[in-house]
Ligand binder design. Sequence first.
Ligand SMILES: Nc1ncnc2c1ncn2[C@@H]1O[C@H](COP(=O)(O)OP(=O)(O)OP(=O)(O)O)[C@@H](O)[C@H]1O
Ligand SMILES: [Mg+2]
Length: 155
Amino acid sequence: MTTSERSRPSELECITRSAEETRALARRLAPQLRPGDVVLLVGELGAGKTTFVRGLAEGLGLDPGRVSSPTFVLIQEYEREGAPSLYHVDAYRVRDPCELLEVGLEEYFERPGITVIEWGDKVRELVPPGAIEIRFEVLEDDRRRIRVRRLQRPT
Ligand SMILES: Nc1ncnc2c1ncn2[C@@H]1O[C@H](COP(=O)(O)OP(=O)(O)OP(=O)(O)O)[C@@H](O)[C@H]1O
Ligand SMILES: [Mg+2]
């Protein structure tokens, strides 16, 4: 994994060269997440968002085998005794963010788990300040540029 880490710990930019490297990156970042954190994953189809969620699950001590792109369910919950819960949202099919309010998205932010949202740019207005945004850019040869940053808290 080639990393060029910037000085601020909340900002990170990496290039991964395979799905396994993306998963490993997520596994490494997972312990830094805290219950109540909201993570937005932003990137085109096949950019590696679900791969990243698998790594997060693994890093939190959850079963990565259960992670898939939810087709009919907008929100999947991964839980295990003794591990932080992970709520996995896929907003791909969401046309209007209100659809996610109807299924209770905001209630997840209050729950003692970590919420991770694929196509997170669609719901940016709904998430609490201080959410973490992870952008995936597809480069040549299976490489992905992955940027992590914390969205501004109001001052
Ligand atoms: N560096 C890389 N990081 C992540 N995935 C990679 C990488 N290189 C190749 N891949 C491949 O790209 C695909 C990523 O699929 P994944 O389902 O994670 O994407 P996604 O962003 O969730 O897509 P969707 O928008 O359809 O939900 C996989 O087939 C994976 O093997
Ligand atoms: Mg996906």
